[in-house]
Design a protein around this ligand. Structure first.
Ligand code: NDP
Ligand code: 2IT
Length: 453
């Protein structure tokens, strides 16, 4: 039945582009997934008949709202806020909130789409969502950030709930912002529920949530290397970003015996041939955290290192392992070629969609170990899922227990990728294909169970 629905990939992508004009990031994310799913579903009639891919690539709903706030000089400022609820077939919508001037509906739709597959891969019952605003927290006082967060939540609260949609942090949203937003939610609703994750430990947060994304991305790398009889110890590591994900990826890579050579921010990257060890990582955490400084300040503190400005990216520094942990499309096809030709054997994405489509094709063709963000950075949302469980049961698990859960969940995602990413004609696992198909299958089968809803 419904053979007319067997549209080819090109026509499908042309349709997605047409229905989502001016949304290149969203179209890119859908294309990357569709390239694998079309092959997988070729002989699976039910997925065609019920238009599963088409339905996953159409968010359940997108809310857009005005956010007014007053700056410290008394000026009234107007920002735009969104929540994209992509799919709740396997659990409440779940995904971060991003505050950055580059945030658009396209960026949040791509993130919510990716989140749907990522959350399915964790094995926990979470659907996919994402939200945010074009608000720029850089240079704002704590009080300005508080007023913005309160105003943002005053609109958002009506769309979320512990069993409906559970936001968390992302770029520009850390512990401070989650605290302000949770406080406002509680004030408006008079309810203390696990409506947000990434909360402070004093008010329902989970141990290791802060570390989980960066650690998880390195655990995934470790799993890929182990699968080919290799390890992190003794390897050089290039990392982009210097926020939550990047600093914790650097920390775990160092703990496992790797030598981290670079970190970056939007102004450029630092290169430290002596290696960015734990003392230096702690200094950076303080710099980028409480002091809200710039990565360029590193070279004044640590001799022998250099700063490369004008937004330069670290991919030209020769390395064995690479972890893009800053933002989307920060690694293009030409940079992917340089990494490969410099001998990089594995890439694990801490960020969401950091590699553009050309870069993905370069890594796939070179047959290096390449883990897409939806698999490699799922450790963060996985521990968010564990925070939800702890909140529902009104208990707190011990650190050792949570560390073991994180290790097991990352190993489980790796296994699912191997199961669906192996090819008869190659010994190399296609992790992109594995993640796409394993994530898709779980959501798709739940959607089939519901019929047309
Ligand atoms: P942070 O805000 O803590 O840090 C972001 C880092 O990336 C900063 O170093 C920032 O530099 C840099 N950056 C941001 N935007 C750009 C840009 N346009 N160009 C260059 N550099 C940029 O965010 P996170 O560490 O939490 O997030 C990093 C990535 O990881 C994102 O892709 C996010 O979606 C993803 N992720 C995060 C998870 C989490 O739990 N936090 C979970 C899974 C994925 P600067 O200081 O100059 O802005
Ligand atoms: O991209 C992501 O997975 C996150 N920003 C974390 C989402 C979450 O709900 O913890």
């Amino acid at each position: 039945m419904a053979t007319a629905d067997h549209v080819d990939l090109e026509r499908f992508i042309a349709g997605v582009s047409k229905r989502n004009p001016g949304q290149p990031e969203f179209v890119q994310a859908v294309q990357e997934v569709a390239e694998d799913i079309f092959e997988f579903i070729a002989d699976k009639e039910a997925y065609h008949e019920y238009q599963i891919l088409r339905r996953i690539a159409e968010p359940d709903r997108v809310m857009s709202f005005r956010v007014c706030w007053e700056d410290d000089r008394g000026n009234i400022r107007v920002q735009r806020g969104w929540r994209v609820q992509n799919n709740n077939a396997i659990g409440p919508y779940k995904g971060g909130i991003r505050f950055h001037p580059s945030v658009t509906e396209s960026v949040l739709k791509f993130l919510a789409f990716e989140q749907t597959f990522k959350n399915a891969l964790t094995g926990l019952p979470m659907g996919g969502g994402k939200g945010g605003s074009n608000f720029n927290p850089k240079g704002k006082s704590d009080h300005e950030v508080m007023r913005f967060c309160q105003s943002f939540m005053t609109e958002l609260y009506r769309h979320i709930g512990a069993d409906v949609d559970v936001p968390a942090g992302d770029i520009g949203v850390g512990g401070r912002e989650i605290g302000y937003m949770f406080g406002q939610y509680k004030r408006i609703t008079n309810e203390f529920t696990g409506v947000l994750t990434g909360k402070g430990l004093e008010y329902g947060g989970s141990l290791i949530r802060t570390e989980a994304t960066g650690y998880g991305a390195v655990y995934f790398l470790q799993n890929m290397l182990k699968n080919v009889g290799d390890e992190v110890a003794g390897k050089t590591v290039v990392i982009s970003g210097s926020g939550n994900v990047a600093t914790h990826a650097a920390e775990k890579a160092t703990q496992l015996g790797g030598k981290v050579l670079t970190l970056s921010d939007s102004e450029g990257f630092i290169h430290d041939p002596a290696g960015i060890d734990q003392t230096k990582i702690d200094w950076i955490k303080e710099l980028k955290g409480r002091r809200r400084g710039r990565i360029s300040e590193y070279v004044k503190e640590f001799k022998g290192s250099s700063f490369h400005g004008d937004g330069a990216r670290p991919w030209g520094v020769a390395c064995d392992l690479a972890l893009p942990c800053a933002t989307q499309n920060e690694l293009n096809g030409a940079e992917a070629k340089i990494l490969v030709s410099n001998g990089c054997i594995a890439v694990s994405e801490g960020a969401n969609m950091p590699t553009d489509l050309d870069g993905v094709h370069v890594f796939k063709q070179a047959q290096i170990l390449y883990a897409p963000g939806k698999a490699a950075n799922a450790g963060g949302v996985a521990v968010s899922g564990l925070e939800m469980s702890q909140n529902s049961a009104r208990i707190s698990w011990k650190e050792a227990e949570l560390q073991q859960h994180l290790l097991d969940i990352m190993a489980g995602i790796h296994e699912r990728c191997v199961e669906y990413g192996g090819r008869k004609d190659s010994k190399v696992i296609d992790y992109v294909r594995g993640a796409n198909i394993a994530g898709f299958k779980k959501v798709a089968d739940a959607m089939l169970a519901y019929g047309v809803v």
